[in-house]
Design a binder for this molecule. Structure first.
Ligand code: UD1
Length: 418
């Protein structure tokens, strides 16, 4: 068990580069399963979730080789069409192999992911869409067994909600289905557009990714491809909040500012000043943030995965902010931890009411999940004394060398193995 010990007080300054998006690379790894041969993905972050997804696709028969921020994936002709419970439990995103395995093998056995810290996260939209494409499912001893003995066929699917995972599963299934598939009310996240670009490099025929209607013409086979992952807007956004939090000035490079439009707008409303270039953002934080209200929404709305970091910032505002969480029913475990640091955050259903305080005071807190862990480290940067964030492995799932990068910006933070 590792922990991060933060000594509050430093104003961050300098420049930090971000790598490829976790939520894109995980899907690229799965997409490789669609074509035998050697694929190459560049700009891959060195994070735990990428290793976990490599374990999943290795189990299925692929071989992942890392060289710095590049991963090469060898995919054999024959695949083992299953993701067992020990892997799915460690990473819920493993469910994304369903579409690819049904497309390649006509069968998929994937342990059913349970609930998690964000409340129950059903996969009904994934299954309804795949059923419309000719798959059928049964639950056998906790394992979801999908089969499409006659192959998948194109279908018109209209999602009830623009689910990121369901859109991706259907995209992966549709590129090799017989005929055309339309995904209506599709998620519009940049990572989906990036997955579609990778699939297009493999020879897939996809139009409209990044809009609410994705049209796919199925092809009978795909080729291995090279691709550079889209920059991680969540990693970039977290360092920008760190700058805002400490009243510092930080330039985040190798990012796509356009992908952070809503988050930057809210950081501006909270008193930060920023400038953007083609692939960089420089943000100067205020001495004390102003309160702001917002709601998390599917892209291009405010990203739910930036919500805890923003609450950490607003906990120090000179007034009351209200944030409404619309994506997850229970993304609030970090609230109790933040309050232990002296914040005044209260939950009213899906609303988070944050009454700004003038000081936070360091103590041991628990990093419940990736973004909660990051938010607590950011709070520690501004708290009096030491803040020890335990269970740092949660942070490792989504951030490569979080402590090292913050240290390079002047933060006092060390990692300890307990
Ligand atoms: C992905 C991201 C996650 C991000 C989320 C929303 C990855 C690996 N994870 O998760 O970091 O927070 O998008 O931007 O890319 N839902 C259903 N039924 C379904 C599918 C989803 O009810 O069939 C619900 C979920 O329970 C959740 C909401 O829809 O409350 C959003 O889920 P979804 O967009 O699918 O997120 P993920 O793909 O799981």
């Amino acid at each position: 068990m590792d922990q991060l010990v933060v000594t509050g007080g430093a104003r961050l300054s300098g420049s930090v580069a971000v790598l490829g998006a976790k939520n894109a690379v995980l899907k690229h790894l799965v997409a490789t399963l669609l074509a035998p041969g050697t694929h190459r993905i560049d700009n891959v972050p060195s994070i735990l979730d990428v290793s976990l997804m490599c374990d999943v696709i290795n189990h299925i028969g692929a071989t992942c080789r890392f060289n710095g921020s590049t991963v090469e994936v060898d995919v054999p002709d024959e695949l083992v069409p299953e993701a067992p419970i020990d892997l799915v439990r460690r990473m819920r995103a493993s469910i994304i192999v369903l579409g690819a395995l049904l497309a390649r093998r006509g069968v998929a056995r994937v342990a059913l992911p349970g609930g998690d810290d964000f409340g129950s996260r059903p996969i009904d939209m994934h299954l309804d869409g795949l059923e419309a494409m000719g798959a059928s499912f049964e639950l056998v001893h906790g394992v979801l067994v999908g089969s499409a003995p006659n192959g998948l066929r194109g279908a018109d699917v209209h999602l009830e909600f623009p689910s990121v995972g369901a859109t991706e599963n259907l995209l992966l299934a549709g590129v090799m289905a017989r005929g055309s598939t339309t995904i209506g009310n599709a998620a519009r996240e940049p990572e989906i557009q990036d997955l579609a670009e990778f699939l297009s490099r493999m020879g897939a025929q996809v139009r409209g990714a990044g809009t609410s209607t994705i049209e796919i013409d199925g092809v009978s086979s795909l080729e291995p491809a090279h691709h550079r992952a889209v920059p991680d807007r969540l990693e970039a956004g977290t360092y920008l909040v760190a700058a805002a939090m400490t009243g510092g000035e930080v330039t985040v490079t190798d990012c796509v500012p356009e992908h952070l439009r809503m988050e930057l707008r809210k950081l501006g409303d909270a008193g930060s000043e920023y400038e953007v270039g083609k692939d960089w953002v420089t943000l100067r934080g205020p001495d004390r943030p102003r309160p702001v209200d917002f709601a998390t929404l599917p892209y291009p709305g405010f990203h739910t995965d930036m919500h805890p970091q923003m609450v950490a910032l607003l906990s120090l505002a000179n007034g009351t902010s209200v944030i409404t969480e619309n994506i997850y029913a229970a993304r609030f475990r970090y609230v109790g931890e933040l309050n232990r640091l002296g914040a005044d955050v209260q939950l009213e259903g899906q609303h988070v009411i944050i009454r700004g305080v003038s000081v936070l005071s360091g103590c041991p807190v628990d990093a419940c999940d990736i973004r909660a862990g990051a938010a607590l480290v950011l709070a520690g940067l501004r708290a009096d004394g030491y803040t020890t964030v335990t269970e740092a492995q949660h942070i490792d799932r989504g951030y490569s060398d979080f402590a090292g990068k913050l240290r390079s910006l002047g933060a006092e933070i060390v990692r300890e193995t307990v």
